[in-house]
Design a protein around this ligand. Structure first.
Ligand code: GLP
Length: 244
């Protein structure tokens, strides 16, 4: 779906999420959301906060699982994704703290594998993700599944690509300060979500959007694995769609 701009697109995505939350609430069921960070979802979260404040949208039945976190960072670091989520969404809505799940960047190296298995099991214990929101990196990553990530990959520690660290350096003092590793849900974890919405905005994303939508499926561009999913919408603005 191509929108004139990211604002229009974000309102449509926020409405879909709000509708899902309300339909689950009406049935007294939990709504299991997979959430993303980066610049792309910021306006979606702002709209959800507005709906909470102005329309009484409640997050009390929401359980959230974030895609990823930089290894070594935690809530006290402004660049951490847990900080991002509290700043843009969690601190402004009535989600229950115990229902917030963001991979920890502070697990000792020797316990990472076990921690990641538990993250997967926790998602499964709720019956899987109802909805997964995604951005896309210029390497073709979803979450932090960099090139080389397999279709069946699960939550794990990865090494960030040069381009990703460069693209994300703006949030840090310098590129050297961008962590080299991260913990991310796998491509396989993401593909198990019942519904997926992926966003890309701006000219800089045009090349990777074309590869993701029209290219051959390959571990070189992990986002291409979304082609196998039965219910995914790629939402973009005209700039990101220009080469399609
Ligand atoms: C980071 C995140 C991804 C996100 C990507 C794109 O690398 N780990 O989940 O999709 O950035 O970010 P943006 O939306 O700012 O372009």
């Amino acid at each position: 779906e191509v929108f004139e701009g990211s604002d229009e697109a974000s309102l449509v995505i926020a409405q879909e999420i709000a509708d899902l939350i309300r339909s689950r609430e009406a049935k007294n069921e939990k709504c299991i959301l997979g959430l993303a960070t980066g610049s792309s979802p910021i306006r979606v979260y702002a709209e959800l906060v507005r709906m909470h404040k102005k329309e009484g949208l409640s997050f009390q039945n929401v359980v959230s699982f974030n895609l990823d976190e930089y290894y070594g960072l935690d809530k006290t670091d402004n660049q951490s994704y847990i900080h991002f989520m509290h700043y843009h969404l969690f601190d402004h809505v009535d989600i229950l703290p115990e229902n917030i799940n963001v991979p920890s960047g502070k697990i000792a190296f020797e316990h990472i594998a076990e921690y990641c298995t538990q993250y997967e099991e926790k998602i499964e214990s709720y019956g899987g993700l109802d909805f997964q929101l995604l951005g896309i990196g210029r390497t073709g990553h979803i979450g932090f599944n960099e090139p080389g990530s397999k279709i069946s990959s699960t939550t794990r520690m990865i090494t960030l690509d040069y381009l990703t660290r460069q693209d994300n350096a703006f949030a840090f003092n310098s590129k050297a300060d961008v962590p080299r590793k991260a913990v991310t849900m796998g491509v396989g974890t993401i593909l198990k979500a019942k519904r997926i919405v992926i966003m890309a905005y701006g000219m800089k994303k045009a090349e990777i959007v074309k590869k993701t939508v029209e290219g051959e499926m390959s571990t070189d561009v992990p986002a291409t694995f979304l082609q196998t999913h039965g219910d995914v919408t790629f939402v973009m603005d005209e700039n990101a769609a220009k080469d399609l």
